[in-house]
Design a protein around this ligand. Structure first.
Ligand SMILES: [Zn+2]
Length: 271
């Protein structure tokens, strides 16, 4: 069988999934939410909505990495109750894919159709939340797509030089209980993978680190948000593949770049 297989659930369904979990209307152009995620949340929260959603966005984690290096995801598997294979969008580059994740729209609709980072004018999850009095926050590294394309909203942005500083800020923000949607971006696997190749030891070490960050976020939610219903996503933007010279790349219409994997956990309030 030579036919290439692409995952059936579109990444564009993520935006309305987030807003539906939080009980607000979806962004204007958003695709329908992912039913199974809503069903799992509904069951975990006994019919209540989520108070907080934490989006952990590690860059470039392909489905094939999960298939081939499942053991590196053990921190994620131990701390999640649902895994879904998702289909990213084309071209499979960071600003295009994160724009689709947070508008719920395909690139032809949201308008970022190449590796450019303009401020999005299309309605996003952040706009939808702000309209209904919720507080989103973005924690990301300077120059990266998430730090740029969602600017100019009445919300907080914490932009740092390193993933480590971002992760420390996320910890502080989870403890502060101030925000309803926390978006944390880590571009360190993507950066290492481009230079060293997706399966280089250095790259795989960063992948394992990303899994560890997810586990840490889970432990923080359990400890500091006991009186809230919380959801945690492990949500990469696109995959990757090896190219000549032992480097890594993405952006093409191929299963390695398009097929990604998302993980979900639901933390019902315990107080
Ligand atoms: Zn990316």
């Amino acid at each position: 069988m030579d036919e290439q297989i692409y995952n059936s659930i579109s990444l564009t369904k993520t935006a309305a999934t987030i807003t539906s979990l939080l009980g607000v209307s979806a962004p204007e152009s958003a695709a329908a939410p992912i039913d199974i995620v809503l069903k799992k949340a509904n069951k975990a929260f006994s019919g209540e909505k989520a108070d907080t959603v934490v989006m952990y966005n590690p860059d470039a984690v392909a489905l094939w990495l999960y298939q081939k290096y499942t053991h590196l995801f053990s921190d994620v598997l131990e701390n999640s109750s649902l895994m879904l294979p998702l289909e990213s969008v084309m071209p499979s580059v960071t600003p295009v894919c994160f724009a689709s994740m947070y508008t719920g729209a395909f690139p032809q609709v949201h308008g970022i159709q190449s590796y450019t980072k303009p401020v999005l004018k299309t309605d996003t999850v952040f706009d939808a939340l702000i309209r209904e009095g919720k507080k989103p926050v973005i924690i990301s590294t300077s120059g990266d797509s998430i730090s740029k394309i969602f600017l100019e909203r009445k919300m907080d942005y914490f932009i740092f030089d390193s993933a480590k500083e971002c992760n420390a800020k996320a910890e502080e923000v989870i403890k502060s209980k101030e925000y309803d949607l926390i978006v944390l971006y880590n571009g360190n696997y993507d950066g290492t993978m481009h230079r060293e190749g997706p399966e280089n030891e250095l790259s795989l070490n960063v992948l394992k680190e990303n899994a560890g960050v997810f586990a840490h976020l889970a432990s923080l939610l359990k400890e500091y948000r006991k009186n809230e219903n919380c959801c945690l996503f492990f949500a990469p933007d696109h995959g990757c593949h090896e190219i000549d010279g032992g480097c890594g790349s993405h952006g093409l219409l191929m299963p390695e770049d398009i097929n990604i994997v998302h993980f979900y956990e639901f933390f019902p309030k315990t107080l």
